[in-house]
Design a protein around this ligand. Structure first.
Ligand code: NAI
Length: 251
């Protein structure tokens, strides 16, 4: 039996990177996946590729920083399925900036997507997750919520808040049998990190601090998301799993 047989799963920011790999894995494990992204064409393409393999996928254009988009998404899922079993709160951006010179506009944008968006989805999906009777919410935090690095202070602040949100919501949603956990990836090769990982001196330095000696793949993170999504983690809530090749464990 596939591990997500008949589950309805929403993954935000799933036209590319970690979100796309997660949607592909969940669909292969039997879920009907909602592939949602601000890049609507990318979402359509990803869903069409899954449908061509006989898997279940619906695409929608959703900018998580826009309340009306998230509202329309929840209404569509309610009409189709009346419940949501898995939500992967994945959509996120990074704006690398020297903190002292960061503009208000940059901070607002970062906060609106990485924090307001995550909070909005976690809140607005509640009635549908409650209707599931056995739901799992997975938030994408980051190693940067726990460690400091130049140009990443503001990004790290949004991610640290997601770790705190995860623990609070785990307690608040537990009476409804909604589990809430977080993933804290280290350095994963996606469009988000491509530009910096191309700088050899920087990537060599990072690799020297990664016990497993490589960067992660989107699939590495998707497999961890699958664990939290499936009933194999039925007694786990409020946890955060590092997917970082051991980076957080090193001195
Ligand atoms: P990515 O840039 O490869 O993909 C992000 C996807 O989200 C894109 O398809 C993009 O169009 C979409 N997106 C951006 N803004 C959006 C919005 N307002 N509404 C809806 N969709 C939006 O990024 P990646 O690497 O896959 O990151 C996914 C999540 O994992 C993010 O939350 C990121 O902060 C987190 N993360 C990534 C790490 C990495 O090393 N790549 C490390 C730690 C955390």
């Amino acid at each position: 039996m596939p591990r997500l047989h008949d589950k309805i799963a929403l993954i935000t920011g799933s036209a590319a990177g970690i979100g796309l790999a997660t949607a592909q894995l969940f669909a292969a494990e039997g879920a009907h996946v909602y592939i949602t992204d601000v890049d609507g064409a990318g979402a359509e393409k990803a869903a069409a590729e899954l449908a061509a393999k006989g898997l279940k996928a619906t695409a929608m254009t959703v900018d998580v920083s826009r309340g009306q988009d998230v509202n329309a998404l929840m209404r569509a899922i309610e009409q189709q399925h009346r419940r949501l079993d898995v939500v992967v709160n994945n959509a996120g951006i990074n704006i690398r900036t020297d903190f002292r010179n960061m503009s208000d506009a940059d901070w607002t944008k970062l906060r609106e997507v990485n924090l307001d968006g995550i909070i909005r989805v976690a809140r607005d999906a509640f009635p549908l997750m409650k209707a599931s009777g056995r739901a799992s919410l997975i938030n994408l935090a980051s190693i940067m919520g726990h460690r400091g690095m130049r140009t990443l202070a503001a990004y790290g602040a949004t991610k640290g808040a997601i770790s705190a949100l995860t623990r609070g919501l785990a307690v608040e949603y537990a009476p409804y049998n909604i589990r809430v956990n977080a993933l804290a990836p280290g350095f994963i090769e996606t469009a988000l990190t491509e530009r910096v990982l191309r700088v050899k001196a920087f990537s060599d330095a990072l690799l020297s601090q990664t016990p497993l000696g490589r960067f992660g793949t989107s699939e590495d993170v998707a497999q961890a998301a699958l664990f939290f999504a499936s009933d194999e983690s039925a007694f786990i809530t409020g946890a955060e799993l590092a997917v970082d090749g051991g980076m957080q464990a090193t001195l």
